[in-house]
Design a protein around this ligand. Structure first.
Ligand code: ZN
Ligand code: ZN
Length: 784
């Protein structure tokens, strides 16, 4: 038998199909990819961008068309993400050849802009090839890599709408840009030495520093221990040699940033392995096109300076993602660089050359600048592997503005997020589009960045919000802003409780409508009783929740001051647990006078709001165990407590918690009291048990206490799905213990994947709650 195909037979079996592909398929080299595929399979037809993705018409022998469809899914370009392919039969046209048609033919394009992507291997090879015309060109890119979101003013994503508009392509670049078989076909930021952006060096005084090669001159200065401000993709970085302790300390002093860990960029994966003990999952995360900063265990004896991450056993490490950064590391003198967002404390990152000079003049010794304008500020993303699964701590460059799927259609919404680590979200249809990390919304600078980004994203996605969603906290700047903005436009408002939003976000990521048991553990969130929640066991649906149990209330003497000074929380927790004034003071460390003042505050309930926050319990324990009086950054106490326990085994029985009251259907949630935990902890301290072991026992006790509460919730409701959320889920030990213990007693456990479990993910949860409420009232309306 032979497989010879009779040509007439083949002709008879020809077909023509229309394929509508949805997902991230524009601006990522999808059309040239399809062109190549169709040509290789000998098929006729065309491809073009349409409103929501791409439309392909393909004609030829049946089995060739089938092969084409299979390869389309299997071989898609690195930056593409296919969400769906809808296939429809068409009548044969008898066309020959395959074409790429202009966008306009198929209607207006509005799928927005892809995320920024790290330099691809092909471009990297050219960058370092002395025979290539782009040898050492700091801005080379192609359809598989390069800046996108940060250089785009508005849609459609075409060169005139980007900050590349002012650079006129030379004939060689233009030829690449026009050739469907070229890697640079329609690569909007395409450029070269002849026609594209350039770099130069500027002194702290703003005067240009003459040099043959600005990059080498920058390296000379880094090697000499200087602080450089380097313009990148989403903003300026402040950079010093990360192996030079004196330089690192000088940067900290000038930046007024003393404790908070600094991110370190290293040459490649091998260098990352030398600095950190990496798991396979962490290596995968490090090398994704988004190139996030990855929190990983620091390798003992590695050459990264102590001052980079004082007091904790991890490093935030990442790999170069822009050609300019690769050029820095191409020099043997550069092994590891601190690359931290160029700002003061929580201010937005600097992006403009003039702005950088003004704001960083007192910090940087010199500036490496360029003339490709950054149109959207975008910090580096931060990720960690928690319990074997990647988790985003900060979602920004490389991820924004990709949509996060919703389990159902949402009306057009704006959800403004929370207060700290603010991120807002716009929703329409099946997606929520989260903004980049905007930092703390505490002042006008923060609010300005919020407005700027909102303006950009509403334009980008052409979403006109019909409802505005905000946190229940009346005092948040985001809440005030939302009310004002909605009023001006006559839009309705929906307020969502903080921990309900956390839980709903986790549910929506997994397509759960509930009810589920929501375990929402974090630092601060305004409760329906006006108290500060944060250790919550909820029975939740997307559109509503009941509070089943919570950590028992403890006063926060001094209010906000208690967050900055863990000894206050320690003293309050010990007094609540029944310790006398003297022993509480000796364990928590206040002076006798401070102890008396705090006691009076708590007795009279003056400036001592009640909290059920697990974050504050971590602070209190760190105050006692680590004797930390003041924190330099949010969650520092908890991070250090997790840090000292890192080598302790997981199988500790844990300090005990006890359960008080509880009639949740009558709105009297059960209270989880840490009083017995404090007595055993104090006894262990007295008898000289090691601090790492005490920290491990504390983590284990907290996990066991909440798991027990969740078991009781299951007994009361029959629900066996648990959604884990809240900023405490960044604590990898706690997250792991919770999952392991919950699964051991038969629960199905869900954790965040695409959005942060912390307040950076809040707006996504707000969208889920509001959309579910609106959809429900709509369908209820239909029943009437
Ligand atoms: Zn490339
Ligand atoms: Zn050129």
């Amino acid at each position: 038998m032979t497989d010879d195909i009779d040509p007439t037979q083949e002709r008879k079996e020809a077909r023509r199909a229309a394929l509508v592909v949805r997902g991230v398929v524009q601006g990522v080299g999808f059309r040239p990819f399809i062109y190549r595929l169709a040509t290789e399979e000998g098929l006729a037809g065309f491809i073009g961008n349409d409103t929501d993705g791409v439309t392909i018409e393909i004609e030829g022998p049946q089995e060739r068309v089938a092969a084409f469809v299979a390869r389309l899914r299997a071989e898609q370009p690195p930056l593409a993400r296919i969400d769906s392919v809808a296939e429809r039969e068409l009548a044969l046209v008898g066309e020959t050849g395959f074409r790429i048609v202009a966008s306009e033919v198929l209607g207006r394009v509005s799928t927005g802009i892809p995320a920024d992507a790290a330099t691809c291997p092909d471009c990297l090879r050219e960058l370092l090839d002395p025979n290539d015309r782009r040898y050492r060109y700091p801005f080379l890119n192609c359809t598989n890599c390069g800046p996108r979101f940060t250089i785009t003013r508005r849609i459609p994503y075409d060169r005139p709408q980007t900050s590349m508009a002012k650079f006129h392509m030379c004939s060689e670049c233009q030829r690449e840009y026009d050739d469907p078989l070229n890697r640079r076909f329609h690569a909007q930021p395409n450029a070269c030495w002849v026609c594209g952006p350039q770099v130069w060096l500027v002194g702290a005084d703003g005067a240009k520093i003459a040099s043959d090669d600005a990059v080498t001159a920058c390296i000379d200065r880094l090697a000499a221990g200087q602080i450089m401000a380097i313009k990148g993709i989403g903003g300026f970085h402040l950079s010093v040699d990360a192996t030079n302790q004196a330089a690192v300390m000088r940067l900290r002093e000038r930046k007024h940033r003393y404790g908070k860990p600094l991110a370190v960029m290293v040459r490649d994966l091998v260098a990352a392995q030398a600095a950190c003990l990496l798991t396979a999952e962490e290596e995968a995360l490090l090398t994704t096109p988004a190139r996030p900063i990855v929190l990983a265990a620091r390798r003992e004896g590695c050459d990264i300076a102590e001052g980079v991450a004082p007091g904790i056993p991890w490093l935030g490490v990442y790999l170069p993602y822009a050609p300019l950064q690769h050029l820095l590391f191409a020099d043997a003198r550069v092994r590891a660089l601190v690359m931290t967002s160029a700002n003061l404390s929580e201010e937005p990152i600097a992006i403009d050359n003039e702005e950088a000079l003004m704001r960083l003049g007192g910090i940087a010794d010199a500036f490496l600048m360029h003339d490709r304008e950054i149109l959207q500020r975008c910090d580096d993303s931060v990720a960690a592997v928690v319990d074997g699964a990647p988790q985003l701590v900060r979602r920004a460059r490389g991820f924004v503005p990709l949509g996060v799927p919703l389990p159902f259609d949402a009306p057009s919404l704006l959800a403004v997020g929370g207060h700290l680590k603010n991120v807002f979200a716009l929703a329409r249809g099946r997606f929520a589009y989260q903004s980049q990390h905007l930092g703390d919304l505490e002042n006008l600078t923060g609010l300005e960045f919020f407005r700027e980004s909102l303006d950009h994203l509403t334009r980008t996605f052409e979403i006109e919000p019909k409802t505005v969603v905000h946190d229940l906290h009346p005092g948040y700047l985001s809440t005030e802003w939302a009310k004002e903005w909605a009023q001006e436009r006559g839009l309705p408002l929906i307020a969502v409780q903080h921990h309900h939003a956390h839980t709903a976000g986790c549910m929506a990521e997994h397509g759960l409508e509930g009810p589920v048991i929501g375990l929402a553990l974090d630092g601060t969130g305004y409760g329906t009783d006006g108290r500060i929640w944060g250790g919550e066991v909820l029975i939740a649906r997307l559109e509503g929740f009941k509070r089943f149990a919570h950590l028992d209330y403890v006063p926060m003497p001094g209010g906000e001051a208690a967050i900055k000074e863990p000894w206050r929380m320690a003293f309050a927790a010990l007094r609540t647990a029944g310790f006398d004034l003297e022993s509480a003071a000796s364990l928590a460390g206040p002076t006798a006078e401070e102890a008396r003042v705090l006691d009076r505050m708590m007795e009279r309930g003056v400036n001592a709001p009640l909290t059920s926050s697990l974050g504050r319990l971590f602070d209190a324990v760190a105050g006692v165990v680590l004797k930390r009086r003041v924190v330099d950054y949010e969650a520092q106490a908890a991070i250090e407590l997790e840090g000292i326990a890192v080598d302790e085994p997981d199988d500790e029985p844990g300090y005990p918690m006890k359960f008080l009251g509880g009639n949740w259907t009558a709105r009297e949630p059960m209270r989880i009291s840490a009083d017995p935990l404090w007595h055993e902890l104090a006894e262990d301290l007295r008898t000289g048990v090691s601090k790492p072991r005490i920290a491990a026992q504390f983590h284990a006790g907290v996990a066991a206490g909440f798991v027990q509460a969740v078991v009781m919730a299951r007994a009361a409701t029959g629900i066996s799905q648990v959604a884990l959320s809240g900023g405490c889920m960044h604590n990898r030990r706690l997250a792991r213990l919770l999952r392991v213990k919950l699964e051991a007693v038969g629960f199905e456990v869900f954790q965040h994947v695409q959005v942060s479990p912390g307040d950076g993910g809040l707006s996504y949860g707000q969208v889920a709650v509001a959309a579910a409420m609106l959809n429900q009232s709509k369908s209820a309306g239909k029943l009437d």
